[in-house]
Design a protein. Structure first.
Length: 277
């Protein structure tokens, strides 16, 4: 067997990291992005399949919040008993392709693929997600906002893999929602998508987290808009075209031009917040 057809499926994280350090391996999990990007009938190059590592799949409570294993699937997310702050993530999970894709696709795979239109990124941004990265020396954590560095680019080194996503307890308050705008209702790459998480006490907003995806090289939070919502009743009208336009940098492509994306993203964000009123 040639090097290009090497395949390994270890059952421990330590074994996976040792293999990864031994050469130029591509990491595979659900393969819902990897296979479509492959021009051949088989995966090209040495492949490290991490789906045999039981510790990488599942959702567990921790003293600090919630830990979601890297190979946790979208169906796992949909079926999990999670607080209302995760409703947006559940809605996004239902938008990741058909049910067959949701059964195979993994949370970490969606992040590592680093598409500007990755459905999982905006709802994870509003949950202040931290990415756990494992390497032979141990683990490190990065905010999701800095883990994805550009289209199809991440902060992962060659000898590292994502082992989990952490949600801090402070970001598990309130409720969340997710909306997606596309050329049709289902099975579509988004023109724009928005996520919001809002916590309310005594009728006023105490926490506001807003994110927009598919309107720039990476999905982004909107801190200026969030600040306007704090201390007020839930008011979608505070989300102005000008503030949103400052936070995003959309492109013209086959799905929509930048002007439509700006207008669509602003209105979609208002509707997302309105659903939480």
């Amino acid at each position: 067997m040639t090097d290009r057809h090497l395949y390994q499926r270890p059952d421990t994280l330590n074994d996976a990291l040792a293999i990864l350090a031994s050469g130029n391996w591509q990491v595979a999990a659900g393969c819902t992005d990897l296979f479509p990007a492959t021009q051949r009938k088989v995966l090209d190059g040495p492949t490290l399949d991490i789906t045999g590592i039981a510790d990488l799949r599942g959702i567990t409570r921790t003293d600090a919040g919630l830990r979601i294993g890297a190979t946790t699937t979208w169906s796992d997310i949909i079926n999990a008993d999670l607080p209302a702050a995760f409703d947006g993530l559940k809605l996004a999970a239902r938008e990741v392709g058909a049910i067959q894709i949701q059964n195979r696709g993994t949370l970490a795979g969606n992040l590592c693929n680093a598409s500007p239109a990755a459905d999982g990124v905006p709802p994870l941004l509003v949950l202040d997600a931290q990415v756990e990265i494992s390497n032979p020396e141990g683990t490190r954590h990065l905010p999701l906002a800095t883990f994805i560095t550009g289209p199809r680019k991440t902060a992962l080194a060659q000898n590292e893999l994502v082992s989990a996503i952490h949600i801090p307890a402070a970001a598990m308050d309130g409720r969340s929602h997710f909306l997606k705008l596309g050329a049709r209702k289902y099975l579509v790459i988004s023109v724009a998508m928005t996520a919001a998480r809002i916590a309310v006490k005594d009728g006023v907003v105490t926490q506001a987290a807003l994110a927009i995806g598919s309107c720039g090289p990476v999905a982004t939070r909107l801190p200026e808009v969030e600040a306007r919502l704090i201390g007020q009743p839930i008011r979608p009208d505070l989300i102005t075209d000008a503030l949103v336009a400052k936070a995003i940098n959309p492109i013209d492509d086959i799905r929509a031009d930048k002007s439509y994306r700006k207008t669509g993203a602003t209105e979609l964000l208002r509707r997302t917040v309105e659903r939480l009123a």
